[in-house]
Write a protein that binds this ligand. Structure first.
Ligand code: MN
Length: 283
C-alpha cells in the first residue's frame, strides 16, 4: 500500500498515477486526551486500518497525482534519526584493501553514532527547501528512510525489519560548518520525506534498492542500498539500544557519495526503486 498526505492534510492511497482520498477513515482516529501520544497515530493504526483504507480507496474516484501538493507522508513522527555517510566511496570499492577500508568506515560510523534532526524540520516535496544561509554551503543528501511501525526496545538485528511500517525517500539537507549537526541539519524544511510511504510488504528486502538524485537534470548521487555500510536492520537495532523507537519514528539511513551544494532555483529529483520519484524545488 502507498499512503500519502496531500493538499490540506488530506490522506490518500496512491494507485498508479492516481490518489484516492481516504481522509474520512483516518478522521475517526482519536480523540486523544492530553498529553497527546508521542508517536504518529496513523502509522500506529495502519495494520488494523489497512482493509478499511483499501475499501475506501475502491469507493472513490482517484485524482491525478500531478494535481495534488504532496506533504510528508508521516505527519507526527516522534523522532527523526539520522545515520552518518553510510556508503563506501566508489574508489574504496576497487581498492585491494577494500575490506580494511570498509572496516575503518564502519568503525567511524559507530564512533560518530546516530544523530537527531528536529521534528520541525519535516517537510513534504511540495513545500520545497529554503536556503537559510546563502553565505554557507548547504548540501543535498538522498537517503532511504525507514518508518517504524511498532514499539522497538533493544530489538535484535534478526527481528529488526519486522518493526518497519514502510519506506519513503528522505532528503537530509545539511548546512556545512563547525556547528553541531543537530543545528546544521534542523533548519525548517531540511528533513524532506516523500513522495509517499510504501508499506514494508511491498518493498520486501530494503537491502538492494537503487537510489539516485538529480539536480537540474544532472545526476549527483547514485547508489544501491546493498552498499550500505551499516544496513537498515542494524541501524534499527542500534537505534533501539539507545531510545525506544515508536510508530512513526523515521530513520534516515545515511547518504552515498556525491553530496553537493544547493542554490535557490535548483530542482531536485530523487528516486528509489520500489518507492518512486519526488521532485523538490529549492528557494
Ligand atoms: Mn544524511
Amino acid at each position: 500500500m502507498r499512503l500519502c498526505r496531500f493538499d490540506d492534510d488530506r490522506i490518500g492511497l496512491v494507485r498508479g498515477t492516481q490518489v484516492h482520498d481516504v481522509t474520512h477513515v483516518v478522521e475517526r482516529l482519536g480523540p486523544y486526551r492530553y498529553p497527546l501520544p508521542r508517536h504518529d497515530v496513523l502509522v500506529a493504526s495502519l495494520p488494523g486500518l489497512r482493509p478499511e483504507l483499501e475499501r475506501a480507496a475502491d469507493a472513490v474516484a482517484g485524482k491525478p497525482l500531478g494535481d495534488v501538493a504532496l506533504l510528508s507522508p508521516v505527519a507526527n513522527p516522534g523522532k527523526l534519526i539520522g545515520a552518518p555517510v553510510n556508503y563506501a566511496a566508489h574508489e574504496a570499492e576497487g581498492a585491494a584493501d577494500a575490506g580494511i577500508n570498509f572496516g575503518k568506515q564502519v568503525a567511524k560510523i559507530r564512533e560518530i553514532a546516530l544523530f537527531l534532526k528536529a521534528n520541525s524540520a519535516l517537510a513534504g516535496p511540495s513545500e520545497g527547501i529554503e536556503i537559510r544561509y546563502p553565505e554557507k554551503r548547504t548540501d543535498h543528501e538522498v537517503e532511504l528512510a525507514a518508518v517504524i511501525g511498532r514499539r522497538a526496545d533493544r530489538v535484535p538485528v534478526a527481528d529488526a525489519l519486522s518493526f518497519v511500517a514502510g519506506y519513503t525517500i528522505g532528503l537530509d539537507i545539511t548546512t556545512r560548518g563547525p556547528e553541531d549537526r543537530s543545528f546544521r541539519k534542523s533548519s525548517d524544511g531540511f528533513a524532506v520525506l516523500g513522495p509517499w510511504l510504501v508499506t514494508a510488504d511491498e518493498i520486501g528486502s530494503p537491502d538492494a534498492l537503487d537510489l539516485d538524485l538529480h539536480v537540474n537534470g544532472e545526476c549527483r548521487q547514485r547508489a544501491n542500498t546493498k552498499d550500505l555500510l551499516v544496513g537498515v536492520a542494524d541501524l534499527i537495532a542500534w537505534a533501539s539500544e539507545n531510545y525506544v523507537l515508536e510508530p512513526g519514528d523515521v530513520i534516515f539511513t545515511g547518504t552515498p557519495e556525491g553530496v553537493g551544494p544547493l542554490a535557490a532555483g535548483d530542482r531536485l529529483v530523487a528516486r528509489i526503486d520500489g518507492i518512486g520519484t519526488m521532485t523538490v524545488d529549492v528557494r
